[in-house]
Every structure is written in structure tokens, then in C-alpha cells.
Design a protein around this ligand. Sequence first.
Ligand SMILES: Nc1nc2c(ncn2[C@@H]2O[C@H](COP(=O)(O)OP(=O)(O)OP(=O)(O)O)[C@@H](O)[C@H]2O)c(=O)[nH]1
Ligand SMILES: [Mg+2]
Length: 307
Amino acid sequence: MFGRKNSIGEALAKTRRLLQGRMRSVFGGGDITEAMWEDLEETLIQADFGAEAALSMVERLRQRVAAGEASTAQEVEGLLRQEMLAALRRGEQHPDQEERLLTIILVVGVNGSGKTTSVAKLARYYTNRGHKVMLAAADTFRAAAIDQLRIWAERAGVAIVAHQPDSDPGAVVYDAIRACRARGMDLLLVDTAGRLHTKFNLMAELKKISDVARRNVHRAPHEVFLVLDATTGQNAIQQARHFREAAGLTGVVLAKLDGTAKGGVVFSIAEELDVPVRFVGTGETIEDLAEFDAEAFVDGLFQNGNE
Ligand SMILES: Nc1nc2c(ncn2[C@@H]2O[C@H](COP(=O)(O)OP(=O)(O)OP(=O)(O)O)[C@@H](O)[C@H]2O)c(=O)[nH]1
Ligand SMILES: [Mg+2]
């Protein structure tokens, strides 16, 4: 039965036939219409993409069209091809390696956890790796937060976009994205508030910031880093759960590891959160950031030292 090996192309003949026939009718109209989207979704489901994958693919295409990447049905077909490739390659490569013009990283966390300091450290880290970095002061809740970020931006030698205190953080991010494009920056680090009048407000604000990023830059925000204060130990986990639900975290920055014996919290993070620790804060200066390295961490736990 499996005597002759077929190429993938050959093996896909039936699927291809089904898809191509339908695609012609989906995209043949020329215009991007609601009916086109519905037909497309139905076609993908028929080709066994599964309802969820079909829906999310159509959703991504809609976003790209909204962002001005296509204005005819034929162009949408081109984007569909790209999205199919991206979907299959998702597991293959780290998001950092994906080619893109502008990467947006949101930095979130409760007040005092170390967000602003971590933004500065990340600015230095990525600048050292050849990125053109800009900061967005989206913590508009406290006037001092904006000044603090300005000082860090100066130390890091990077540009910053800031508005007045109490202004809309979504508008700050929107302006920062435009500024990045105008000035050829490829990485935007967004500092956010740690405290608003209520926790509900904070989560709603983070969502709004995230929406602005998503509407204006393909697949943004590309990273959402939660800054946890290592000195708070297990309390950090509870906080992390809230943020994970509201903001869709992609990584943890564990700040203030230098100041605590509660470093074991990384195991809880790994076990309970399913979000990787990406960086560790090791002090108060702009250089005090280390990539998280499990081996070095475990070695560090067992090392015989004089401390
Ligand atoms: N020792 C040590 N201190 C740190 C580290 N990261 C941040 N801090 C200190 O933690 C304090 C709070 O840091 P911020 O960066 O202002 O924290 P934040 O989350 O932006 O605070 P809010 O904006 O008030 O929500 C500051 O005194 C920092 O110097 C670290 O890795 N090690
Ligand atoms: Mg701050």
C-alpha cells in the first residue's frame, strides 16, 4: 500500500483540488466583502483546518486588511499563503527570529515590581544587539513615572515618546508606533502603569494598549513581559495569574533576584504559569539584567561559594 513514496505535492493533490476550486470562487469577485470572509472560513473548515484554526486565520487576515496590507481579494489570497506558512512554522522558530519591521514589547506588572527599571535594562540589552530602540511612556497615571522613564531613556541613549500625565496611554502607544516608523526604529518597549484606581481599570487599560498595538502593527504586541518582584516569592504567582488572563503573557522578567532568597519562585513560575522566565534582574543599574539560563540557575543554586 505504501510501496511508492509520493512527494508532499503529490500527496496533497486531493486537498489542493478541493481548495483551489473553492478559492477561485472565494477570491474571484475581486472585492473584499463580508461574503468573501464567510466563504473563506467555510472553505478552510471544509479542508479540515478545524473551526478554531480557520477562524483565527480569517481573523488575522481581517486584521492585516484593516491595517492596509491588502485592498483586493487577490491580495488577500497572497496574504493567506503567508499566513498558512506562518501557521506551520510557528513551532519551528522563536518569535524573536521572525523577520519583522517593528517589534513591540509590552512590559507589565504590579506597582513597584521593577517595570520601569526593566524597560531601561531591556533598552540597553537590545541596543547592544543592534536594535534601534524607542520607549513609550504608557504609565501616564503618575507624573513621576514619565520623568523617571525619561531619565532612563537618557542613560540608555534611546528615544522616548511621552505625553502629559493623565493622558490616554493608548494614544501614547499610537504616537510611538508612528514615531518608530518615521525614524526607522525596529523595537518599541512600552512601560505601563502598575496601579490605577482599581485592578479592573488596570487590566482594561492594558487591554486597550494591547489593542492599539495589534491594530497598528501586524501580530503586535509580539511580547508581553510580566515583571515579577522576586522578593515577594509566592505572592508573585497570584499576581501573575491575573496578568496572564488579562494580557496574554509571553515571558517573565524576574526582577530583584539579587535581593532575595526566594529565587525558588522560578520553579513555581515554570510549574504553574507555563510562561517562561526570560530575564532576571540582578541589581539596580542598567546593566543588571541577565538572560535566564536554566543551567546557570540550577548551577547557581548548588554552587559552593563563599556567600
Ligand atoms: N536590587 C534590585 N533592585 C531593583 C531591580 N529592579 C528594580 N529594582 C528597584 O525596584 C524599585 C522599583 O523599580 P521600578 O522600576 O520603579 O518599578 P515599577 O514597577 O516601574 O514601579 P511603578 O512604576 O511604581 O509601578 C526601584 O528602586 C528599583 O531600583 C533589580 O533587579 N534588583
Ligand atoms: Mg514604573
